[in-house]
Design a binder for this molecule. Structure first.
Ligand SMILES: [Zn+2]
Length: 620
């Protein structure tokens, strides 16, 4: 029988600036043995990264007496407790040491940090009522429904905000952002249900957001509404932190998304281009990933391992749609969409790991491919199901357009696949490979099973360029970076700094000469360079990005190699790179006389909202 009385949990974020969250939890219990657990497999992270190692100060009490506990010897997330006769409520106190998504001025609460609930029970069947305390004056952004009449979203100092009862599955899926510099912006008021952008920042000016950006995020809401034709939430909150301390993040939820960028992440066009598809990607997940989820990625609890084999749909199709929606909304323009697509396609084409590892294996092995050392990453492959999926779904979109003379497109597929059941509210409906094929066939009959198997399960030594080519373009290499790459280079962060010579000599290299990766079987590999080494000198000059680019240009069309002095650990050696094709940077070039589907795809479906005039400096 399902438990009826909700667990009561009060999260106390008063100590957030000290990187410590507290919780008081009251659990309905009956006498006898009880096993409580904390989440292990966190949905959306595709790995067993629950916070058990950071949970501290766990004390159980009942009727004023402390109750002993013992951790399970095998499942380290579980606590075993013997409930005495006569006890109907077990109280638990716990703290969580918080290592990310927190700063002196803002905090993100992912409820799994503080959750304790009965093990071996489907989490959607466990009712729970959440409450929250935040530092005085801090605002609250969340998709949870506040109850009572207190001020919201900025509660009275010292007060506790109560939220409507939900279940453990939904609470884990409903994070909170809170911060001193907090703004809540309603978006696209003509669209139902309601959408909000909740922003918290470390400095007061950053959370105000540029009017143009707000208009583009509102466009995103309208474009998603037009593309998907349904929604699966009662309200949607984009939760956004702007902080150099609280870290980068993009984590999807059904009714919200947790987005983290640097403090100037949307402050100018170059920074915005770097983050252009963040909100649209995570928003798309409300449909693709949350509402519709591959069977292996939906488990009844957070203890059962998730299986990633179909992440090329969950993440790959989201990567495609997120970039398309960003372009349709104006978060980037059509030329920028093409420039970044060129870089994506070229990067995959120049990933030699694809000669031994199929894309599907990057999805199956997702939980061991996240992050880590960049050394030989191109030979290992990373979470390539994101970008391989982007090319695959572009291929499918342009193929549908070609087969139907541009009368149908992937837009029609999304309405079928992501819109089943109409507007549903919060719901998870798993799917199989067979259903995916069936829905594609409903748009246009084709051998979609073979189409997908060929691209996903098989070894493909070259990346899938069919979508770009059916879209009326081809991938070429030029001797200068495209305009978007040049713009991104001014924005700081991981895409700037260092010289970009991956497609020429085959090195990923920082401004300081440190080699992050060497392209397997490329010119630098043949010169015996290795990741972790440092280039000290180039053609007789001390290393600089300019000196290396000069050397690559100078060697073009000659037979003279590029001469390097390289530091390897505490030794120094000479290396000669025998490369004579000059600088090479990817770009898309229009093929005259072919249908221009790529630009059809990135055209808005709705009438864009114009940005209001920039407010004068003295206005708030
Ligand atoms: Zn994603």
């Amino acid at each position: 029988m399902a438990q009826q009385t909700p667990i009561q949990i009060t999260a106390d974020l008063s100590d957030a600036p000290r990187k410590l969250y507290h919780a008081e939890v009251d659990l309905p219990v009956s006498a006898g043995p009880l096993t409580l657990t904390t989440p292990q497999w966190i949905p959306g992270t595709h790995q067993p990264a629950g916070p058990a190692q950071w949970i501290t100060g766990v004390v159980f009490t009942a009727n004023g007496q402390s109750i002993p506990w013992r951790r399970d010897d095998v499942d380290l997330y579980e606590f075993h407790i013997m409930i005495p006769q006569g006890v109907t409520t077990l109280h638990a106190h716990l703290d969580c040491i918080v290592t990310a998504r927190v700063s002196q001025k803002l905090a993100v609460l992912e409820w799994e940090k503080l959750l304790l609930y009965p093990a071996n029970t489907p989490v959607r069947d466990i009712p729970i009522q959440p409450s929250l305390k935040v530092p005085p004056g801090w605002g609250i952004g969340t998709a949870l429904t506040p109850v009572g009449s207190g001020p919201y979203p900025v509660p009275a100092a010292g007060s506790t905000t109560r939220f409507a009862a939900t279940n453990v599955e939904q609470l884990e899926d409903s994070p909170v952002i809170t911060g001193e510099y907090f703004h809540e912006f309603p978006l696209a008021p003509t669209i139902t249900p309601k959408h909000y952008l909740d922003v918290a920042s470390d400095y007061p000016e950053d959370s105000k957001m540029r009017p143009a950006t707000l208009a583009e995020v509102a466009n995103l809401v309208r474009e998603a509404d037009a593309l998907y034709g349904s929604h699966h939430y009662h309200v949607y909150h984009f939760l956004l932190t702007l902080s150099d301390v609280a870290g980068g993040e993009g984590l999807e939820h059904g009714q919200s998304s947790d987005n983290g960028v640097g403090e100037k992440g949307y402050a100018n066009d170059a920074h915005q281009l770097r983050e252009a598809d963040l909100l649209s990607h995570e928003f798309t997940h409300s449909w693709n990933g949350k509402y519709r989820r591959p069977v292996g990625l939906y488990q009844p609890d957070f203890a059962t391992p998730q299986q990633g084999a179909m992440l090329w749909v969950y993440e790959g199709m989201t990567e495609y749609l997120g970039n398309v929606l960003a372009a349709r909304s104006g978060l980037k323009n059509q030329a920028q969409y093409r420039d970044i697509l060129a870089r994506t396609a070229a990067g995959l084409d120049y990933t030699p790991g694809r000669t031994w590892r199929p894309t599907e294996d990057t999805a199956v092995a997702a939980s061991i491919l996240r992050g880590g050392n960049p050394a030989w990453a191109n030979w290992k492959r990373g979470q390539d199901y994101y970008f391989e999926g982007e090319l695959l779904w572009l291929d499918a979109d342009t193929l549908i357009r070609k087969l139907t003379k541009n009368k149908k497109s992937l837009n029609d597929f999304e309405k079928i696949f992501l819109g089943k059941g109409g507007n549903t509210g919060s719901l998870i409906v798993p799917y199989t490979f067979g259903e995916l094929v069936q829905d594609l066939n409903e748009v246009v009959p084709y051998d979609w099973a073979t189409f997908l198997h060929d691209r996903v399960d098989k070894i493909n030594p070259r990346a899938d360029m069919a979508g770009i080519e059916q879209g009326g373009y081809k991938l070429v290499y030029k001797d200068k970076p495209n305009a978007s790459e040049r713009m991104l280079a001014t924005a700081g962060g991981h895409r700037s700094g260092g010289v970009d010579c991956w497609f020429s000599i085959g090195l990923r290299i920082g401004n300081d000469g440190n080699i992050a990766d060497v392209r397997w079987n490329g010119p630098a590999d043949r010169a015996q360079l290795a990741p972790g080494e440092k280039i000290i000198a180039v053609d007789g000059q001390i290393f600089s990005s300019d000196a290396l680019r000069d050397a690559i240009r100078k060697a073009k069309g000659t037979t003279e190699p590029i001469h390097l002095i390289v530091q390897a650990d505490s030794f120094v050696h000479n290396a000669e790179i025998d490369y004579h094709d000059g600088e090479r940077y990817p770009a898309l070039e229009r093929v005259a006389g072919t249908p221009d589907y790529l630009d059809d795809i990135t055209k808005p479906l709705t009438v864009p909202e114009k940005a209001p005039a920039e407010p004068k400096k003295d206005e708030e």
